[in-house]
Every structure is written in C-alpha cells, then in structure tokens.
Design a binder for this molecule. Structure first.
Ligand code: ZN
Length: 675
C-alpha cells in the first residue's frame, strides 16, 4: 500500500524531519504547470555512507530507472508511441516555439511525462490537448520525421491516423481505469492489462486458477497481460524472455551488480531471489522474495523494484511497475525509538483515570527512510509512505514493513512554506517565524507521539465492547491519539529526552493545529458540504472544543483584520490543560463504550462549521493559486572511476524537468514502441 500526499497544508499529517536546523538554501521548487508542481528532494546522509553502500545505491538506482518504459506501456498501449512523438517534436521542431500553441504543446508533453502516459495520474481521465489536431499534424511534419516511432513500411500519415484519434477524440479510450460497474470495467478501461478480453472472461479465467482452501495463494495475474488470440485466452508474462523482457534484462543486469555489493547475506538473498523472479516470472518465487524482503530488517539500504501495486487494474489484480531506493534515516528512527522506549512513563503520566491505564504498554517504532531514487509508478508522483508486501497471508504470517519517506515530506513542507499559504492565514509575524523555525520538527514529533504511543495507550474496562462507538469510533480514535500527542508534546519530558529544542516549538505546533482545525483545513471541503473524513473531524473537534471551553479565559481568540479572520492563542499552558481534560473524557468514552457521549461530541464539534467563514477561506485560498498535485525530480548519481575501478559515487541535482525526462528517454528507453 502506498500513502500519497495530495494537498500539502501546513499542519498536515505524515510529515517528519530529522533536520535540526531549518536554515535551508536548497531550492526545492522547480516549476508549476496545469494542476501540477515539480519539486526536487535532497538525499541527506548520502555523503556519509561507505563506498560499498554508495555503490549499492548507484546500482539499485540504475535498476530503478531502467523500467521507466514499462509503466508507460502498462498505462496505455499508445503511450510509448505518443511519448516518442512528443519528444521528437520537442527536440527537433523547427518552427516558432514562442506561440501560445507551442506553449500548450509543451504543457501537454509535461503532463504526459508526469503521468507516464496520456491519462491523469489521479483522476485517470484522458488529457484534453489545448491545441488542435491540425496544429499537431503541422508540428510533426516540421520536426525530424525520421525519428518518429514508425512501424516497418508505415508512412507518417498512417502513423498519425493511429495516434491522433487516441490523443484528440474524447470518445476514444477516454479513461485509464473505468469504474462504472454497470458496464464492462475491463473492456472500457484503457489500461493495458487486457486485450480483446471481457470482464467476465477475465474473471472466469482467474477463478478457474484458484485452488479451494489454499491459505497461501499466489497473487494471480499480478505480472501478466491477459490476451485473447485466435479465440484462446492466455497470459503474456512480464519476464526476462517474455513481455517487457528488453527492460527487464537491463534491470536484472543492475540487480546482479547490486548483489555483488550487498550489505549482508540476507540482503544478497533478497536481491538474488528478485533476479530469479524476473527471469522466471514465477509468482511463488515472488512470494518467497517478499518474505525474504520483509524479514530483512538490519540492512541500512532497502529498495522496492517490481510489479507491486494493483490500483490501476479495474479488477485489482495486475500490478504496475515501480521502484524506490532508500536508506534508513538513523537519527529520525532513533527519535521514534526513544519515544517507544519511554512508553510506560507516558502511560503512567497520562491525565486519564487510573482505571483506564494499561499496566504494561509497548510503543511502536516507526521506520523513517530517505529516498535516494524514484522509478516507474513512483516517479515523478511519489508516495510519502509505504506499507508492503500486499499479500494478506504474508502480512499475517511474516509481518509488513511500514515506512515514512522523510526527505520527501520535508521537501513538500519547504515548498509549502514558500507558497504564501502561511502568510495568508497566520495570525501575525510572530506565528510565521515560529512555524518557519519549528513547525516541521514539531509536526514530526507530534505524528510520532500519535502513531507510536497515542493509538496504543489506554484500555477498555472489562466487558466494554470494542465496537461500542460504532460509526463515531474512527473519529474519536483519532481525537484520542491527537490529544495524547498534543498534551505530551508540551511536557517537560520532551526537553529532557532531547526531542524538542525549546518550548517555542510547542507554540508552533499549537498555533498550526488550532489554525488548521478551526479554519484552514476547510479549503479541502466543497461549498455546501460537511466534514466527513475522520482525521478532519478529529482536528475540528479538538480545536472547537478547546475554543469554546477556553472562551471565558480567552485561551484562543478570534479576530478580524480587513475582513479576514485569524486566530491567536493567548495562554498555551491553559490550552494544554484543556487538551488534557478532553483526553480524559474521550478516554472515558472509549473505555466505558459511552456511545451517547461520543455521538454528542462528534455531532456538536466535528461535522458542521461556519458557512461564512468557509466562503472566506475558500476565496483567500483561491487567490494563492496553489496546485493540488506534486512530483519530484530525481538526483543524479555519477560513478567516479579510476583505472577502471569505481572509487566514488557523486550526487548532483538537476533543475530541469524537461531535461531529466529527455535524458531518461534517451538513455533508459529499452522497450519497442509496440509490445
Ligand atoms: Zn491516527
């Protein structure tokens, strides 16, 4: 499973950092177009790795880029033909490149690169070019036509007859993944996992494979394309001498090099098993690989490379190719270890009734990683966290690895700080300065407290049903975990454990939390709608409850300037006491299974909000011209050789989105246009 960041907001969850200093000159923002922004990420700690580890990252990174064509072809059978045509124009068009039409062509090309094909990476709708067919045909003819991906004996006209309707006609293959179950979701999906096969045929094909009573089934259909040829349905397997073999042989080449510099025997086995799977395409080998992978916990460097996630298959069986190379962020992981090691202290000192405390509590250690290279379906739009493997029985018997990718979330945070969002909604310069200095670090700590301790704390009274809170359970559970983190982040213990530099970091967290809960998170809600999502309800419940209950003491104060609403906090200590008070009550609700009180709390504070304020917030947000989706350029790794021997790997950062895409297409494009 992949965790994706869609909209980045200050105070958003899943953000962590190990950086102690936030003075950062690195320019994370690259460019913005359509509904997308391109950023780049740093790889802190890479320089400190050993030469052997750097080599391993270099080889795995090469393997991560070599599969790029695969994801294009999976996302639609015309994608490679269209991409190569766009790139031919981009690099050789001899006419005027300063016109609106050409700019629109460039934007279209950039969107295709971003989505690894002609369909929006999130909505899965086909892009509508903002230029005409005639203009496009003219571009093709005024470019180097000898570089077009024509088939043997095909004329340019014949080629254009194939791709132009696919690009321009809104009725031709309009959707990558078709989800309207009243119709055939397989036949109507443009995704290239099936050919000449109906939904029913595909379902029957795989049902007949399943073995009744099999408790450790392979992931049927995961690495194949299902086709009907001469009336016969069969699978074309992604493997060395099969479908996508030209790219897979390159991946295998680099994986074998990686195997030679593995950190330890366990990791070498992981890599070798993956190579075996790529050669055979055998799904039992893939399961063996997954088990080896999930058990490899001691290696510093880790990676994902293969056919993993099944979101893009309408039947949820076939996996897109993706890659991620990473290494453990030791400092950030140490942070979660400190928190977990002190779990009992937190439980004992929690402001809840003694009867609801656990006698013995165990914290969870979250692993924090640094991404070194993104590939396939993880590039340029990338997850901020992953939890693998996906096979249920492997997860149950062997566990799973759950990680957050901190250098990616850090880059998101840095870019959002420059977006004008904070300046628009913060209560004043003091708040802006506090957030810039401490916001990210305080967010990380709060998320750690929430995840490592909050959810696991407290206990039900004997006889209380775990389902007693029914439809309000998930919101209330998030409230409980958030309150736990908000209460303890302001504890002396944080300074004592060295987890916070000083108390001002608490102020930054409280200000951001209240502002988000009372106001800014509403930008995600459409006009006229209520709050549905559990985490959003949670933030509003806590913020509104604290606002109302601290009113007589003016703990939180609303004020307006030039018609704009702001919130300031006058008494941080009292606010902490309010968080503690509400935590005690929410823990009571959970421990006793008090459905009525839980319902009352969520209904009163969590769902509805001031419509006038909502309109105001939406209008202020719109002015900022922010885009909802983001993606990342990769760093470059350059091998340094002396006398034919690799003596160092140098890292550098490209600033050109088009440059990186063209570079990859030139040097890492291994598949034929038609597969
Ligand atoms: Zn949670």
């Amino acid at each position: 499973m992949a965790v994706t960041a869609i909209l980045t907001l200050s105070g958003c969850r899943n953000e962590r950092s190990s950086d102690a200093s936030f003075e950062d000159d690195f320019d994370y923002f690259v460019e913005q177009f359509a509904d997308l922004k391109i950023m780049k990420y740093r790889v802190p700690g890479f320089e400190d790795l050993s030469l052997k580890q750097k080599k391993l990252i270099y080889y795995l990174s090469q393997a991560a880029i070599c599969g790029r064509d695969i994801i294009y072809d999976q996302n639609g059978k015309y994608n490679l033909a269209i991409r190569r045509t766009l790139e031919t124009i981009y690099s050789s068009f001899s006419g005027d490149r300063e016109t609106d039409d050409f700019r629109n062509f460039e934007t279209y090309t950039k969107r295709v690169w971003f989505s690894n094909g002609i369909y929006h990476h999130y909505s899965s709708d086909k892009f509508k070019p903002a230029f005409s067919r005639e203009y496009f045909t003219g571009l093709v003819y005024r470019s180097d036509t000898t570089a077009l991906p024509l088939r043997e004996g095909e004329t340019v006209d014949e080629f254009l007859e194939v791709i132009v309707p696919v690009m321009f006609d809104p009725d031709v293959l309009p959707k990558k993944v078709f989800t309207d179950t009243d119709q055939d979701i397989v036949a109507n999906s443009a995704v290239n996992f099936y050919e000449n096969v109906t939904e029913q045929e595909a379902v029957n094909f795989y049902n007949s494979m399943k073995v009744p009573g099999d408790t450790t089934p392979v992931s049927y259909g995961l690495n194949t394309k299902l086709v009907k040829e001469n009336g016969l349905i069969k699978e074309n397997v992604y493997k060395l001498n099969g479908l996508y073999g030209e790219a897979i042989s390159q991946i295998v080449y680099w994986l074998e090099k990686a195997s030679g510099v593995a950190e330890n025997e366990e990791q070498k086995q992981v890599i070798d098993k993956l190579v075996e799977y790529y050669i055979t395409g055998d799904l039992e080998t893939f399961d063996e690989y997954s088990i080896l992978w999930v058990n490899d916990l001691d290696s510093r460097i880790d990676f994902v490379n293969g056919f993993i996630e099944t979101y893009e298959d309408p039947l949820g069986m076939k996996a897109t190719w993706e890659a991620l190379v990473n290494f453990k962020d030791l400092e950030a992981t140490r942070r979660t270890e400190i928190i977990s090691a002190n779990a009992q202290w937190f439980e004992d000192n929690s402001p809840i009734d003694e009867r609801f405390k656990k006698n013995e509590v165990k914290g969870v250690t979250a692993k924090v990683i640094t991404a070194a290279m993104l590939g396939g379906d993880c590039y340029p739009a990338t997850p901020i966290g992953i939890n693998l493997p996906n096979a249920d029985w492997i997860r149950k018997l062997h566990g799973s690895k759950s990680v957050t990718i901190e250098n990616i979330t850090y880059a998101y945070d840095q870019v959002s700080l420059g977006s004008g969002f904070l300046e628009e909604f913060a209560s004043g310069q003091e708040e802006i300065d506090l957030i810039k200095k401490y916001g990210y670090q305080a967010d990380n700590l709060q998320v750690d407290l929430h995840e490592c301790l909050g959810h696991g704390s407290g206990q039900l009274l004997p006889g209380t049903s775990p389902d007693a809170l029914k439809n309000y359970a998930s919101s209330l559970e998030e409230v409980r975990a958030d309150l736990f983190s908000l209460y303890f982040i302001a504890d002396e213990k944080m300074l004592e454990l060295g987890l916070l530099p000083d108390y001002d970091a608490v102020k930054a967290k409280y200000l951001a939390y209240i502002r988000n809960g009372l106001m800014t998170q509403l930008v995600r809600i459409e006009e006229g709608k209520d709050i549905e999502q559990a985490h959003m309800r949670c933030r509003q419940i806590i913020s509104r409850w604290a606002y109302e209950h601290g009113k007589t003491d003016h703990v939180i104060e609303a004020f307006t300037t030039d018609g704009n609403t702001y919130y300031r906090i006058n008494d941080f200590q009292k606010l902490r006491m309010l968080f503690g008070e509400l935590l005690a009550e929410v823990q009571r609700i959970k421990s006793e299974g008090d459905y009525e009180a839980g319902r009352e709390l969520v209904e009163t504070y969590g769902i509805r909000f001031d419509r006038k304020l909502h309109q105001e917030v939406l209008a202020r947000y719109e002015k900022l011209n922010l885009v909802p989706y983001g993606g990342f350029l990769n760093p470059m790794y350059e091998p340094v050789e002396e006398n034919g021997e690799l003596v160092d790997v140098r890292i550098s950062f490209s600033d050109s989105y088009a440059g990186q895409m063209m570079y990859y297409s030139k040097n890492y494009s291994f598949l034929p246009t038609w597969n």
